[in-house]
Design a protein around this ligand. Structure first.
Ligand SMILES: [Zn+2]
Length: 281
């Protein structure tokens, strides 16, 4: 079971961001039971409730969710800290809520802009890499032969016998040479290039969800001290949840993940509260 699970998992792994030619070495046992499970968080089950669960879809969704949780965590910590700081310096409810709203909008837009720029430049370099492969193919028979041998070497490095690696490279070259080089040499899925707009909207939304927690928990409470206490308490609970979920999606210990995130967030909130008191009226 375990061996089969590992084999299926390793076949469903997609090339990551590192050059594919450096993946997979022969020194490590490829399908040693447990070896990969330990690395990837000890979730060997591809069969759950008698159903076949695709590991590929699972890990892709997990990546998405994890980015979302991190964004929400950002929004929560920055807006909760902002509000604690303002609350430390002023007892005015309107000021507190206003600072939360401004923090949410400013933070979400800043996240969106930053994400857009970073993903756009990633997409740019992916496209430039693919353009180079296209030029190589158009450069003439000698260059095409070089590219073919390059591809065969990649498959050989991944563990295929020399002869078979060459055959596979020839087949893929005939079938769709650019996709083969993009996927196996560059680690890019040409059908699934990074999408800057999608990434920026997603990060703005996840930031806003996190930021909404301290904002909403403060909005309806009259007494100043209670209000700050509720912001602190609600944010701490949410931090624990985000930390645990983020850790679980990354395959790490949920308790340690929760504690780490709670400690970091609470320190941020208390420090800004102290600064707010110091400079407050
Ligand atoms: Zn190439």
């Amino acid at each position: 079971m375990s061996v089969a699970a590992n084999r299926r998992r390793s076949m469903s792994q997609r090339p990551g961001s590192q050059p594919a030619s450096r993946q997979g070495s022969l020194e490590e046992p490829l399908f040693a039971p447990g070896a990969q499970e330990a690395e990837e968080g000890g979730q060997p089950g591809v069969i759950a409730d008698g159903r076949f669960v695709s590991m590929e879809h699972y890990s892709q969704r997990a990546q998405w969710l994890r980015a979302g949780v991190l964004g929400a965590n950002d929004g929560l910590v920055s807006v909760a800290s902002l509000m604690m700081g303002v609350g430390g310096g002023s007892e005015d409810a309107k000021t507190l809520v206003l600072s939360g709203v401004a923090g949410l909008v400013g933070g979400a837009l800043s996240m969106a802009a930053g994400e857009y720029i970073s993903v756009y430049s990633q997409k740019d370099s992916q496209e430039a890499d693919m353009a180079k492969e296209r030029q190589a193919q158009e450069h003439g028979p000698q260059m095409r032969q070089y590219e073919l041998e390059e591809l065969a070497k990649i498959y050989e490095d991944r563990g295929l016998p020399k002869e078979l690696a060459h055959q596979v490279a020839v087949h893929f070259t005939k079938h769709d040479v650019l996709t083969a080089h993009a996927r196996d040499e560059l680690g890019i899925d040409p059908d699934d290039l990074a999408n800057p707009l999608q990434a920026s909207v997603a990060s703005a939304i996840s930031f806003s969800i996190g930021a909404g927690i301290p904002l909403l928990s403060a909005a309806f409470i009259k007494d100043h001290v209670t209000r700050l206490a509720v912001v602190l308490a609600a944010s701490t609970v949410a931090l624990a949840v985000f930390g645990a979920v983020g850790a679980a999606l990354g395959g790490a210990s949920t308790i340690r993940g929760a504690i780490r995130v709670v400690i970091g967030g609470v320190i941020a909130m208390l420090v800004t509260y102290g600064v707010g008191r110091l400079f407050g009226v």
